[in-house]
Design a protein around this ligand. Structure first.
Ligand code: SAM
Length: 195
């Protein structure tokens, strides 16, 4: 079923998490026995179902703004054997996180790239101690580090993503490691508040 979702995404131009990135995330979930997950950007629930399929995971909350994708995600989750673990939310991510009263072990940040910087302080407050944010597409095809020219239309988004990249590497509240996996994944680990 996961392969069908992947093929549907490819055939319909719907961005879904790259295989290497997904493996990195599920390995992390297994190693650290992650229980609670928030995903920003559901698309068609490829990531949600993959993450919810890991043994340690108890809940995955996932947020999507596009109603057509949300409906397909709902159908996919319904057909999966982890539907009881997944809650899908059709809402703008900022609106959701501002009013969220849960905390999470892992936040998979895979929504609008130009918004990562705005979401960041709120997402930090939604992490359990020792929790992590995994932010995808941190290189954005080499444009963030200037290895690939940025088309004019993406200037503003890339500038904000670059600002986010610099912030997470300098923020004393977190330890950040950047992985050359897929389109670049940032692992941002909240430093224990008690230290
Ligand atoms: C890269 S895709 C997510 C892929 C998904 N995480 C997966 O594993 O297959 C990013 C998604 O974020 C959604 N998105 C964009 N802006 C959003 C917003 N403001 N709030 C919530 N979702 C948003 C897009 O509609 C898109 O489906």
């Amino acid at each position: 079923m996961i392969e069908d979702i992947k093929n549907f995404g490819k055939n319909n131009n719907i961005p879904i998490t790259l295989d290497d990135t997904m493996k990195f995330i599920t390995d992390y979930i297994d190693e650290f026995k992650i229980k609670t997950i928030l995903e920003i950007g559901t698309a068609i629930a490829f990531g949600s179902i993959n993450m919810a399929s890991r043994k340690s995971v108890e809940t995955v909350d996932s947020v999507e703004i596009n109603v057509d994708r949300f409906k397909i995600a709902q159908e996919n989750v319904e057909k999966s054997n982890v539907k009881e673990k997944i809650s899908l939310h059709l809402i703008d991510a900022m609106q959701y996180i501002k009013s969220c009263d849960k905390k999470f072990d892992l936040i998979y940040l895979d929504g609008p790239k130009g918004q990562y910087i705005n979401y960041y302080p709120i997402l930090l407050s939604l992490l359990n101690d020792g929790g992590v944010i995994l932010a995808d597409n941190i290189y954005f095809h080499g444009m963030v580090l200037g290895k690939t020219p940025t088309p004019h239309s993406l200037n503003s988004m890339i500038r904000k993503l670059r600002e986010f990249y610099n912030l997470i590497l300098n923020d004393k509240k977190v330890h950040t490691k950047i992985y050359d996996i897929g389109d670049g994944v940032a692992l941002i680990k909240k430093v224990d508040d008690k230290n």
